[in-house]
Design a protein around this ligand. Structure first.
Ligand SMILES: CC(C)(COP(=O)(O)OP(=O)(O)OC[C@H]1O[C@@H](n2cnc3c(N)ncnc32)[C@H](O)[C@@H]1OP(=O)(O)O)[C@@H](O)C(=O)NCCC(=O)NCCS
Length: 188
């Protein structure tokens, strides 16, 4: 199974991508309860109980095998705390395709943090796990999110019209993707 090859933590210059721990709850609640952070997300803003339930769910996922949903914590090494998350969903194993999603504490936006985390995951995904394709989606109004995808070399493949309901309203969604060949030619 592909995730057998995934070795955690994944270290980058400023970040450590690792499994969540019970004691991360307070740090997770900082971004999970922020309405600006969750504006385009299907969840949140979270109550403390919802944050605790999230932590319980990811701890449960850590114990499953094979691990098809990996919610990884983004730990900021200099700050010494979890500042966001990057999730990997291996929903299509025969086609070696992974979907990723991410979010970050608001006071750290615009410093390249999620691009740095995403770059490390693309490297691991293509070079260590042998994936064929990595995808991501976002609300068409979420400029910061699709800028991250574009900086990582993902291409916009689709504009889905009113495909999903978020907080009772239909929204449009962009689909982005990158293939292993494109990554090998031009790693971000
Ligand atoms: C989207 C998000 C993950 C980006 O993380 P980040 O670490 O700030 O991203 P980076 O700094 O690596 O890159 C963001 C890029 O988008 C640009 N950007 C951000 N908001 C923008 C906006 N409103 N308009 C135009 N550009 C914008 C930044 O300038 C930067 O591009 P640049 O490096 O060319 O200047 C972060 O803002 C976030 O957590 N948002 C809330 C959660 C969320 O929406 N997650 C994605 C769900 S699909």
């Amino acid at each position: 199974m592909p995730t057998a090859e995934l070795r955690l933590p994944i270290e980058t210059e400023r970040l450590r991508l690792r499994d969540f721990r019970l004691e991360d709850a307070a740090a997770v609640h900082i971004y999970g309860s922020d309405p600006e952070v969750t504006r385009y997300m299907p969840w949140g803003p979270n109550t403390p109980e919802e944050t605790a339930a999230f932590i319980a769910r990811v701890l449960e996922q850590q114990a499953t095998w094979p691990r098809l949903d990996l919610g990884l914590a983004i730990e900021h090494k200099a700050l010494g705390v979890v500042v966001g998350s990057i999730a990997l969903h291996l929903r299509d194993i025969p086609n070696r395709t992974l979907e990723m999603g991410y979010c970050l504490r608001r006071d750290l936006w615009g410093q390249g943090v999620v691009t740095e985390a995403g770059r490390a995951l693309l490297r691991v995904g293509f070079e260590d796990l042998g994936l064929h394709r990595i995808t991501a989606t976002c609300d068409v109004r979420n400029v910061g999110s699709y800028r991250v995808m574009e900086k990582l070399g993902l291409r916009r493949e689709g504009h889905m019209i009113r495909d999903r309901q978020v907080r009772g309203a239909w929204r449009d969604t962009y689909l982005y993707a990158i293939l292993a060949e494109a990554w090998a030619e031009n790693p971000a």
